[in-house]
Design a protein around this ligand. Sequence first.
Ligand code: ADP
Ligand code: TRP
Length: 331
Amino acid sequence: METVVSGIRPTGNLHLGNYFGALQNFVKMQNEHRCFFFIADYHSLTTHPTPADLHGNVRNVLVEYLACGLDPEKATLYVQSDLPETAELYLFLNMNAYLGELERCTSFKDKARTQPNNVNAGLLTYPTLMAADILLHRASKVPVGKDQEQHLEMTRTFANRFNRLYKVDYFPEPIAFNFGEDLIKVPGLDGCLKMSKSENENSCIFLADTPEAIRKKIMKATTDAGPTEPNQPKPQAIENIFGLMKIVSQPATLLHFQELYNACQIRYGDMKKQLAEDMVAYISPFSEKISALSSDYDYLRKVAKLGAEKAHESAAKTMREIREIIGFKAF
Ligand code: ADP
Ligand code: TRP
């Protein structure tokens, strides 16, 4: 049995990319491993949400975790800010994280470009906070999507550096995990490579979307006039429609549209109608559970309390040991 940690930032509702890149694996792993799945609300502060938005989004993610099948009895489900030990470990790790390596991080460079008026220290040290989340439970596996690979590499660097500095073998080297498969990237409806809420809300199918919303979005998805020669390579936007179909439709359906495409007979209107119906069938079980759970505040409170207690037990042990290793000793 290995220790598993992962989290998602509460920035709104979760989408199909979050599900396939992360959540689906959380659900699969909870039966076999010691799992900690949290809601990364400290991380959200880099973009200065209002208190009401922050709380509402934490609640959305908790509801969606449960609706997707995470079981609070099997896995530890908690809210990051319920575990202030995270902040203490973040402080320790920051003492051995260097400006150059933090500045070179791709996600930092992207954010510095997209939010030039808010390049705060939290953004720069995002990878050390993420490393603190993982190392706090001494995890060895981290189910995340492809875009998080570099953060995992930095977590390994910080873990090894700590071990070397204090001449201990305390932290394991955590790896991004997807059951031996390549890390997944779900494509967007807007023709962009990745379905992403922070890049473009319109690229996303949300787990909470109603059937009407799904149909409308898919019918509006970017396409073109169609191929002009047989077996032509697909432009990105078309590749994406096929990519989404591969995820939610039957293999025979995908093959059918592939053949029409290769023969230059494809009608994207028909393909999108089919994709919309398959997507509705896929998403409906989630959206129904989400709407049933979202008003059950008593249950949500109970889940968060249980998770905070279990997570605290694990974190407190690690912090006691780390303080000792560093040399903070009681008199
Ligand atoms: P967004 O890009 O929408 O802001 P996040 O960065 O909050 O999404 O991602 C949360 C988790 O979901 C991460 O583990 C990330 O790797 C995964 N993820 C997000 N979008 C995708 C996608 N399109 N395909 C695969 N995984 C994804
Ligand atoms: N950085 C992750 C994201 O944007 C969220 C996250 C924060 C995380 N801490 C983590 C993921 C620890 C895995 C482990 O999606």
